[in-house]
Design a protein around this ligand. Structure first.
Ligand code: ATR
Length: 280
């Protein structure tokens, strides 16, 4: 039997998927930890996600990452969900087990690890502003609350969606002691220690219309998007004195958490982050 035949098979499933950096990241993790695995890109037809997963399982695959636009379908397809995947309402990591499919979501913990450990900004006891109330915001909320911040304010262009998110996470009150509330952009009061942009505004080169005073004197402004150049949100925040960071570290850390779920080994992330940063 050759090495590839012995290897456990994984993939990232999406549409489109050609741009995904996940194969590169997981190949690096596998080499670093000595795990025998292969990791490929799988383009699923827009109406064929479940069939693609079933066929991949039939071929003996052990797990998959799921990206746009299939994270909700992956959530629906899982036989079992982690608490954070249930809270997120979306799944980015599937583990194929003998008795069914486990669905997990590593996006939120990936972002929190990047902010707390890599950027060195603690969330415990801090004021956190989350901009946006779509899937990206929902996906990171439980891991943020689990850090026990003093206050989390969700601000969104469509106020009703921010309120809905606050109500949904009321069920997780026991997770943290702080306050969780919704606000309009223009009504934001005081300043925050960490401001997270979970809107898709950066894609349109727009900045959510927040008062610059939301950025505290030593604030971190974090954009979940990343690009070769700083996003408009990062330029806005840097212009008002904040430290800024994009979502490249989140990408690497969510991959590391998926790798840990699959293989039980936690890869080191600094080197691949530095390499991807140079290529970006
Ligand atoms: P995602 O999965 O990326 O979160 P989504 O669920 O479509 O995608 O949510 C997009 C988020 O970005 C929403 O919070 C959206 O605000 P609305 O709920 O009002 O639509 C926000 N958003 C998109 N473009 C924006 C812009 N130009 N300014 C401010 N917020 C924006």
């Amino acid at each position: 039997m050759n090495a590839v035949a012995r290897s456990a098979r994984y993939a990232v499933i999406g549409n489109p998927v050609a741009h995904s950096k996940s194969p590169q990241i997981h190949a690096r993790f596998a080499a670093q930890t000595g795990q025998g695995l292969t990791y490929e890109r799988l383009l699923a037809p827009l109406d064929g996600f479940a069939a693609t997963v079933r066929e991949f399982i039939r071929q003996g695959a052990r797990g998959a990452n799921v990206t746009v636009p299939f994270k909700l379908e992956a959530h629906a397809m899982a036989d079992r969900l982690s608490e954070r995947a249930r809270a997120a309402g979306a799944v980015n990591t599937l583990k194929f087990e003998a008795d069914g499919i486990l669905g997990d979501n590593t996006d939120g913990v990936g972002m929190v690890t990047d902010i707390v450990r890599n950027a060195g900004f603690a969330m415990a006891g801090k004021r956190i502003l989350l901009l946006g109330a779509g899937g990206a915001a929902r996906g990171v909320l439980l891991p943020i609350l689990s850090e026990n911040p003093l206050e989390v304010v969700i601000a969104n262009r469509t106020q009703a969606k921010a309120l809905e998110l606050v109500q949904r996470f009321d069920a997780h009150r026991g997770t943290f002691c702080g306050a969780l509330r919704a606000s309009e952009f223009s009504n934001l009061q005081g300043n925050f220690d960490i401001v997270i942009n979970a809107t898709s505004a950066s894609l349109a080169a727009e900045v959510p219309p927040v008062p610059p005073a939301v950025l505290g004197p030593h604030a971190l402004a974090y954009d979940m998007m990343y690009a070769g150049q700083p996003t408009v949100f990062m330029r806005f925040a840097a212009g008002h004195g904040a430290a800024v960071r994009d979502g490249l570290g989140m990408l690497v850390e969510q991959a590391a958490e998926s790798f840990y779920i699959w293989r039980g080994v936690r890869p080191e992330t600094a080197q691949i982050y530095a390499e991807l940063r140079q290529l970006a």
